[in-house]
Design a protein around this ligand. Structure first.
Ligand code: CDT
Length: 302
């Protein structure tokens, strides 16, 4: 019997610092409703989808920093989104800033929520880019000030019988991300991102920003025979332009659907999971051809 999963990518426009959390959750619920109405069974939202991308600022006041974090998920402000998932019978992956209850750890996190509105699994961003202090000549990107590197590995979760993994923004540029998820059995990789349109350190590469968005995700999908669905937070957010280009990519490496706006937008595609086996057979029969004994450096050397 044919296997498929209908995926929605819920891109958002900018979420300004002045936005109330409740209004932002309203926007996410509206996107989820559009995704469900289009027949989607799972949706992916951007990285840090509840707030502005606050690592663009150096913040010292701990209370100001913690205002961007979620000490509980769902919490009083986000419960309605989980209720909407259960009502609409559509799960989602949501990026947010996680403050752990036990030891106050801070992670850039994505949760996978099931069609009953309960947690299926959690991923914490492994490749945390930027610095902890502003660096001269470089776009301020202080994720390392606010987040520890993820400590949950690259887990894969079963969602409606389909094996789903997650990755967050800069993770999508690293081949290791897809390979680890693929080796863990992923069939679909859900990604959220916030990517500045311009980088002060590389103005000569400005025209390549969208190419360098899609290139690693298409390569990751193709080389690991997985579906990739990636949601941007796009548009001008608190004065910084973020790229859009949210997309759904097939295991062939082809873009099956792509957002056209820099605003709230839903794109949907029915992902044919049998295509994975076809692509495997053509080029990537791992059991026959992979040579892990020759790849030791990949794991041993930074
Ligand atoms: N959010 C995120 O990871 N953004 C990075 C930009 C890093 S610029 C120092 C990205 O890879 O898109």
């Amino acid at each position: 019997m044919a296997r498929d999963l209908t995926i929605a990518v819920c891109q958002t426009g900018p979420i300004q610092k002045s936005a109330q959390r409740a209004k932002t959750v309203d926007r996410l619920i509206a996107l989820l409703e559009r995704a469900a109405a289009a027949g989607a069974e799972i949706a992916v939202f951007p990285e840090l989808a509840l707030t502005t991308f606050f690592p663009r600022w150096r913040i010292d006041d701990q209370a100001d920093i913690e205002a961007f974090f979620e000490p509980a998920m769902p919490g009083p402000q986000t419960q309605r989104l989980y209720d909407a998932a259960a009502r609409l019978k559509i799960g989602f992956a949501l990026g947010y800033a996680e403050l752990t209850r036990v030891d106050g750890g801070r992670f850039n996190t994505m949760d996978l929520v099931g069609q009953d509105g309960t947690l299926v699994g959690r991923y914490r961003k492994i490749h945390v880019p930027g610095s902890s202090e502003p660096e001269p000549g470089t776009t301020v990107h202080l994720e390392r000030r606010y987040f520890e590197p993820g400590n949950l590995g690259f887990p894969v979760f079963v969602y409606r019988g389909v094996r789903v993994g997650m990755a967050i923004c800069n993770d999508r540029r690293w081949p290791e991300t897809y390979r680890m998820l693929c080796l863990n059995g992923a069939e679909i990789v859900l990604i959220g991102y916030n990517t500045p349109l311009l980088l002060d350190e590389a103005p000569a590469l400005a025209h390549l920003r969208m190419f360098h968005n899609h290139l690693p995700m298409q390569a990751g999908a193709y080389q690991n025979t997985v579906w990739v669905a990636a949601a941007a937070k796009a548009g001008v957010e608190d004065g910084q332009a973020l790229i859009g280009g949210s997309c759904i990519i097939a295991p062939t490496g082809e873009i099956a659907a792509q957002a056209m706006s820099l605003d709230d937008e839903v794109i949907v595609h029915r992902a044919d999971l049998d295509l994975i086996a076809v692509c495997r057979k053509v080029n990537f029969d791992f059991a026959s051809y992979r040579r892990p004994d020759q790849y030791r450096l990949i794991a041993d050397q930074v």
